[in-house]
Design a protein around this ligand. Structure first.
Ligand code: FES
Length: 128
């Protein structure tokens, strides 16, 4: 069982792959919500841009090992699942599936559905 295909008609085209340098993030508004898209080790991830501690933007955080560290008080979040990994934040952020096709990044909007990491490949997958 692989990763279910995204319905790209329902996804939002946010950027070209070259718009997001390796090890950095960018913030985009999708369905009225701030979504941070990161590139780490050649892989793209999308999570809520708003840190659950004091609402600092995560898109300007430090990225490493498929995590992002909030620049304000250094809480860390898993970029695949959005899970909070360290204090002072105690609540996870939302994670969103995305797809890269023809050099463009499309992100599933927050209203698309629930997400979980694929147990086989570790990337985000649709839970319908
Ligand atoms: S605002 Fe992110 S850790 Fe405090």
């Amino acid at each position: 069982m692989g990763v279910p295909a995204l319905d790209l008609d329902r996804c939002v085209d946010v950027a070209a792959v070259e718009d997001i340098p390796e090890g950095e993030g960018r913030c985009y508004e999708i369905d009225g919500q701030a979504v941070a898209v990161f590139r780490d080790d050649g892989v793209f991830y999308a999570v809520s841009d708003t840190c659950t501690h004091e609402e600092h933007s995560l898109s300007v955080g430090v990225v490493w090992d498929h995590t992002v560290e909030c620049p304000k008080h250094v809480a860390r979040f898993d970029l695949v699942t959005g899970e909070v990994l360290s204090l002072p934040a105690t609540v996870s952020v939302e994670s969103y599936a995305l797809e890269v096709r023809d050099g463009r990044i499309s992100v599933a909007p927050p209203t698309y559905g629930r997400w979980r990491p694929c147990p086989e490949c570790g990337t985000s997958a649709v839970e319908r």
